[in-house]
Write a protein that binds this ligand. Sequence first.
Ligand code: DGJ
Length: 763
Amino acid sequence: MIRNTQIFVHDEVQEFHLTNAQVSYIFRVNDQGKLLHLYYGAAVADRDDFGYLVEMQRRTTAACPIDGNHSYSLEHLRQEFPEYGTSDYRMPAVSIAQGNGSRITDFKFAGYRVEAGKPALADLPASYVDSADEAQTLSIGLVDDLTGATVTLLYTIFADIPVIARSVRVTNAGTEPLDIKRLMSLSVDLPDDDYVSTQLTGSWARERSIIRHHLHPGIQQIGSLRGSASGHVHNPAIALARPDANERQGDVIGAAFVYSGNFEAHVEVDSFSVSRVQMGIADHGFTWHLEPGESFQSPEAILAFSQQGYNGMSQAFHDLVRRHVLRGPWRDKERPILINNWEATYFNFDEDKLIAIASKAKEAGVELFVLDDGWFGQRNGDTAGLGDWTPNAERLPDGMNGLAERINDMGMMFGLWFEPEMVNKDSDMYRNHPEWALNTPGRHMSQSRNQYVLNFANQEVVDNVFEQMAKVLSSANISYIKWDMNRYITEAYDASRGVKHQGEVFHRYILGMYQLNARLLEAFPDLIIEGCASGGGRFDLGMLCYSPQIWTSDDTDAVERMSIQYGTSMFYPLSSMGSHVSIVPNHQTNRVTTLTTRSNVAMFGTFGYELDLAKLSDEEFREVRHDVAFFKQYREVIHTGDFYRLLSPFESDPRDSGKMAWMVVSQDKHTAIVGDYALLQHPMSPFSRLYLQGLDSEAQYEVSVFGGASSIAGMEFSGDELMHVGMIDSDASTGSSSGEVSDANDLGESHDFDSRLFVLNAR
Ligand code: DGJ
């Protein structure tokens, strides 16, 4: 037996146990060379042989690959890399079409390797480590004798977070071409089906609502076939929790995909209550052609496990993202507070108008001015210009550098919007290269927002867009780009490749998009790329490898944002969520909320503004200055602290007006900020308390209130009291109505959508 810090290998019984102080993941090779899954969950002590976990029973009707052994059927074994057609009838992890039309394979164990650290994945973004002692990686080799195909399964366990990263590489080591039809990055067979599944589902402007259901027999699946993005509809992440789990306690498994294109994530519950969890590139329309000697690398899937409920699982993902997914200088640097002109001007701007917006923002303490859509080509609306990345001389008479210098001279950083993957028919790019737009020969080309998707599977296209962007970025001092992507793919066809490669177009598109991100960051390493896809249509771990922050939603309404940011926090940290204060009535909902509430919501994210601050009253502007100063003081806590969801807007009780609350605690537990939000006021509201989390039980915290009022302002409480007795949340200062609104009753203005922040400082 070789003992490693985190990976135990028992050669005598061919068993592998990946563990750190928090999780264990155990599987073994059986005498047929098949990988059998044994356990995934809370860390357990190692033992020489976990073979008792292989349960074999005679099942009438089972197909048995070993003649005479009626108890051995793959259908009834829990596996690591299942195949279809050799006695398992559930969804396989792999399917490879061969020259004779067969898709049967029989991959068998061929060896393993344990190494310190974590290898990079060819051409794909993936989690990484800074030093070899932060993780260990187990590679398992498999071979299919008949075709000569080989498989490498990678398992990386991180040293101090409860996370395992997995991926698969297939190599055609045979002599005939092969076509991969399906390849899951992750497949694990859990021994029962007593789980509540969580998915983040929505649409444009309503991204990532938390949807839950108990697992049921059969396949339950989410995914995307939208080509250019993981999409607004289903986020590429799921959680499986024991039914008694909640935000504070209980076992929760999370799985998230480091990928931004077509995906599927499913759980198949069989008739013996085994739950097969799989995540990978969607197989619909997918074929990857492999000539002898060629390989295909799957994207990475991340597994996290927590015994501390959903918050514990989320914190595992947040830690992973902040330490092993985000990269470059902005991983650890404080992000600038920005102002974006989109909702302030849309396409209706000239340089002086932009300067006026920027200078008012500078007065408030804002650090970065972002020029959104409309600065290039003939982009005077959304029907023209995409593809022509040269500054529009009418709007910017002194070019990009002229504007950037004026912004820089004010002491602000300058940022610029791009939509690199798109083209309008009304553009020089399309007029010169109509063949660069994705389209199937002889078919109509469907449009969306008057635009078409460029074939990023074609290297020539990626090179052209890179050169255009690099020219702009070199022409001025540009610190930030907002990388937008506003439509999904239709009539997909890669005109730059032959028939055998048409099943590759969606994945090659995503590889081209990743490559452009990587090349830009290589050429301009200090750039912040903020991801965006019609708001939050491409919010995934793949994009976070390039973008430290992603625009969370085009819906900037504070009440809507409570749900959107709450749902997003399930897998993604606050420092990744683009969040801005915008004007009222809100442009998406027409709702009016106070500036205080808009700010109190946006502060649980990257924080910025998306309006002309000159349109605010003097009093409101003073508040903005105050908010900006507050955020600067606490942004490190907000972006690096542990985040806890306290009250869900998805489950709020109508009797208590519909409440939402969350909090963040600094790593040293000295400071915490609690966001406390009400939706609609009802008369005669019940009493309520917030039971805080993550504090130092013995510390004494002084409470101050920012934005809003509370009768406990100025009081001191121990961490224990705040977590167990609770923090009083239903005092009269919240404007709770007795049902009699009259002059004698000092309710003031309506208190719908009220909010306040509590700041707790340990003495
Ligand atoms: C969609 C984005 O989500 C918006 O923020 C804005 O940048 C527009 N595109 C511009 O066209």
